[in-house]
Design a protein around this ligand. Structure first.
Ligand SMILES: Nc1ncnc2c1ncn2[C@@H]1O[C@H](COP(=O)(O)OP(=O)(O)O)[C@@H](O)[C@H]1O
Ligand code: SF4
Ligand SMILES: [Mg+2]
Length: 327
């Protein structure tokens, strides 16, 4: 299968401040998504998931710069694209949906107008465009009359479906979904996940699904990339990551899942906090929270070790040291 998205050792830093200090935020993000593959990026808030998703579509915040690495989308390096190519790529190669659909929908235009305006094929006449909009509303499980409704007349779940319709109207190769269900109640979230599964199959889509909740992706992701403090620390076959997590951080995320509790047990959390990017711990950034910490972990950063079905940054699997520390 062809690779649709290949993120290689991506590093992103806050631009130098007046004292010439540069803060590294993404410190080495590598993963790939193949045709028709669903990959989930999982990690606590602040681990760099959204910045990764934004960088993939060429949206690097003005106060940050790419210091290393590349993002190949359908074989083309996003950071070498012209503005016109970037505009063209968004929608036709990669569609995006976000956490709060209401923030991205324009309140003064109807859902139909907004889907219509998202169509990039300039060769289509108005009637054909409108037909496409009605068709895609059906695909995302919305009735035709939603075309004429304003965002405030739609529920959160319906708004997210409109966003999905806008993201897919130009038939992209990959859909990037950044916490698309976080603002929704449990049943509505379930509906959106089921819809995404159906759309992946119908459109032959690749999916990059970003979430802080590893339990959400257990049922549909093929691969999981776990992020910690701006780095991907594990990429595993999804089933394997859930049943037999390799990295101690993944193990902790899984242990906190509600279904792992016995009745009456108190809510479990991972002790300690996600590190501050201005003060990343020495060695392995997870070492202050890791139950398996060894001397080497406090001094050196582990390099990637690849085993069957997973790759991991942890000295429990190999003693190679990462020399490109960017710390
Ligand atoms: N434009 C920005 N300027 C400064 N810091 C930022 C900016 N965007 C994100 N950050 C910081 O980068 C870190 C990672 O952010 P983000 O990618 O949004 O995390 P996640 O999506 O995993 O919660 C956070 O500490 C966040 O505060
Ligand atoms: S390298 Fe050491 S501290 Fe880091 S996760 Fe592995 S065992 Fe824990
Ligand atoms: Mg985020």
């Amino acid at each position: 299968m062809k690779t649709v998205l290949d993120v290689k050792e991506l590093k992103l830093a806050l631009k130098k401040d007046i004292f010439g200090v540069e803060i590294n935020i993404l410190r080495g993000v590598s993963f790939s998504v193949r045709e028709r593959e669903s990959v989930a990026i999982v990690g606590e808030s602040g681990s760099g998931k959204t910045l990764t998703a934004m960088a993939v579509v060429g949206l690097v915040p003005d106060n940050m710069s790419v210091t290393k690495g590349e993002v190949l989308l359908c074989g083309k390096d996003v950071f070498k694209m012209s503005r016109r190519e970037i505009r063209e790529m968004r929608g036709t190669k990669a569609g995006m949906i976000f956490q709060e659909p209401s923030s991205y929908l324009n309140p003064v235009f109807t859902a139909g107008d907004q889907i219509f305006e998202a169509i990039k094929d300039v060769g289509l006449c108005r009637d054909d465009k409108k037909r496409q909009c009605i068709e895609i509303l059906g695909d995302v499980g919305l009735p035709e009359d939603v075309y004429c409704r304003y965002p405030h007349q739609l529920s959160g779940g319906q708004q997210q479906r409109v966003m999905i319709a806008m993201a897919l109207i130009n038939k992209p190769s990959i859909l990037i979904a950044d916490e698309p269900t976080t603002a929704l109640d449990v049943t509505t979230s379930f509906g959106i996940i089921e819809l995404l599964k159906a759309l992946i199959a119908k459109y032959g889509l690749s999916l990059l699904f970003i979430t802080h909740d590893i339990s959400l992706v257990a049922g549909f992701a093929d691969k999981i990339a776990v992020m910690y403090a701006g780095r991907v620390v594990e990429v595993s076959d999804a089933k394997m990551a859930i049943e037999k997590p390799a990295h101690p951080y993944t193990e902790k995320l899984i242990a906190c899942l509600p279904e792992r509790y016995t009745s009456g047990e108190r809510i479990r959390t991972i002790e300690g906090n996600v590190p501050d990017f201005r003060n990343i711990p020495s060695g392995c950034a997870f070492h202050p929270r890791c139950p398996y910490v060894m001397d080497i972990c406090r001094k050196n950063e582990p390099a990637i070790t690849t085993k069957e079905g997973f790759s991991v940054r942890c000295f429990r699997y190999g003693k190679d040291v990462e020399y490109d520390k960017c710390l």
